[in-house]
Design a protein. Structure first.
Length: 147
């Protein structure tokens, strides 16, 4: 009757190992706890570059003054003249009502539809236009022929 099965011995070993691990964790928490430490030992400072440091900043250090006018909140304002681009109509299909404009600044080919033109245009015409995000990429809108 005093026989122990292999499973019973294994369970006892696991139980003892679990108890020992729990005791070790408890001891580790006791060692790591901050009770009894001074406030200065627990303080962390942030330097001008955003790095954490345990030394306080030097009060005699040179401070950079920033004008209130230089602080910008929100998105940068855009110049309306930069939105208007210049280009040359490289392809225009009058039957289907679409074409492509070669942007003179970026040299990219931009799709346009005849509904976005203010007057009749043909291939090799110089135009001013703006771009918008269309379903398949950039699309020229508000197209005006340059005379």
């Amino acid at each position: 009757m005093g026989q122990e099965t292999m499973g019973k011995k294994e369970r006892e070993k696991k139980k003892l190992a679990k108890k020992k691990a729990k005791q070790e964790k408890r001891q580790q928490r006791k060692e790591d706890n901050n009770k009894g430490k001074k406030l200065d030992d627990m303080m962390v400072y942030l330097d001008e570059y955003g790095n954490l440091s345990d030394t306080p900043p030097d009060p005699k250090a040179k401070k950079v003054e920033i004008d209130l006018e230089d602080i910008q909140l929100g998105a940068a304002p855009t110049d309306p003249r930069e939105l208007i681009r210049k280009g040359i109509v490289t392809h225009f299909n009058t039957d289907k009502g679409y074409g492509f404009i070669n942007d003179l600044r970026s040299q990219e080919s931009i799709f346009f539809h005849v509904n976005e033109t203010s007057e009749p245009i043909a291939e090799r015409d110089k135009v001013n236009f703006e771009t918008e995000k269309g379903p398949r990429g950039l699309q020229a809108v508000r197209i005006v022929k340059i005379k």
